[in-house]
Design a protein around this ligand. Structure first.
Ligand SMILES: Cc1ncc(COP(=O)(O)O)c(C=O)c1O
Length: 339
């Protein structure tokens, strides 16, 4: 079906549509009578894997269209978004510079951080305590330095979550409409991890725009539910201001925050145990920073009857596999405990 919405320019970077996979063994074990499904957005590519690629299709198209030669973005040392941006830049022949949040020099050259460097991205470290106060000024300085050097930079916010990135998951909801038809799903909860709220905003908006029988529930991996609900509303308003083709509708974001645990990037042992268990049950690999935490929160809600009104629950697997390698010690702890 042709979409009635006029999308901005887009590159073809992601391997989509991704499969909607029924998790039969996980449903038997944890489903409490519901069917558990996974939208495999970890399969959008091999190294270019995860949710960020859907956003970058629009962000990178904008960069090329407007003559930017550098992509600048930021995130934690193990940011999946930074790694995806570095690889997209390499693929398109653009420069990439990353502002990475860390206290001191990163101890491990592993996972996403290793790939950033292999892809030729340059980087600088901004200490976590200075992030809130210094990032804006640093972005302004980098923008003018790259312009001065004849390599103008597109300054991409954390997670690619802005009025451009939002289109990635608006488009993904059109894919979900076909998935629902193909699998005969009448009504479902659509669950996901939320970190910088871009995926959540795109899905919440897309579901409302296309009137899909889905109830979007996001699981925070940091901050609290209020913060995310306000952020979605704010980013949606910014998108409405930029794109006249978006319908003037109000969004009602739903965020759950009981699975944040000790904080961003930190997880309780029960999350590591769940990751190991799901690998053994379904051969599906979650990560401790985003998807593992969110899936953990979803299972807790299932046990407590939060999903009593639906028969089907879809979890969007937003990727993150490379981040796993920075958690080797915790994972080996649960792997040896289970064997
Ligand atoms: C694997 C993974 N899942 C989920 C998210 C959250 O997506 P968003 O930043 O759009 O909220 C991220 C963001 O960094 C991620 O890397």
């Amino acid at each position: 079906m042709l979409s009635p919405i006029k999308y901005p320019p887009r590159l073809d970077l992601a391997r989509i549509p991704t499969p909607l996979q029924f998790l039969s063994r996980a449903s038997d074990k944890w489903g409490a009578g519901k069917r558990l499904w996974m939208k495999r957005d970890d399969l959008t590519g091999a190294t270019l894997t995860g949710n960020k690629i859907r956003k970058l299709e629009f962000i990178a198209a904008h960069a090329l269209e407007h003559g930017f030669q550098t992509l600048v973005t930021c995130g934690g040392v193990q940011s999946n978004h930074c790694r995806a941006t570095a690889l997209v830049a390499a693929q398109l022949g653009l420069y990439c510079h990353l502002v990475l949040r860390a206290d001191g020099e990163p101890e491990q050259n592993t996972g996403n951080f290793l790939l950033d460097q292999l892809a030729g991205a340059t980087f600088e470290i901004l200490p976590a305590r200075e992030w809130a106060t210094q990032l804006k000024a640093l972005y302004a300085r980098l923008e003018s330095e790259f312009a001065g050097a004849g390599r103008p930079a597109l300054m991409i916010p954390t997670g690619g979550s802005d009025s451009l990135g939002i289109w990635g998951y608006i488009a993904a909801t059109e894919e979900l409409r076909s998935d629902l038809n193909e699998h005969g799903i009448q009504r479902a909860a659509l669950t996901l991890a939320t970190g910088s709220a871009g995926t959540q905003t795109g899905l919440t908006a897309g579901v409302a725009m296309f009137d899909l029988p889905l109830d979007v529930v996001a699981y925070a991996v940091c901050d609290d539910a209020d913060w995310f609900n306000r952020r979605v509303a704010h980013d949606w308003q910014a998108s409405l201001a930029r794109w006249p083709q978006l319908p003037r509708i109000d969004l009602s974001p739903k965020t759950r925050d009981h699975s944040v645990g000790p904080g961003y990037g930190l997880a309780d042992v029960s999350v590591y145990e769940l990751i190991a268990e799901l690998i053994r049950l379904e051969g599906v690999v979650l990560d401790p920073v985003y998807t593992g935490k969110a899936f953990h929160g979803l299972l807790a809600d299932l046990r407590e009857g939060f999903y009593r009104d639906v028969d089907d629950i879809i979890f969007v697997h937003t990727g993150g596999v490379f981040g796993l390698f920075a958690h080797e010690n915790q994972l080996m702890g649960v792997a040896s405990a289970a064997s």
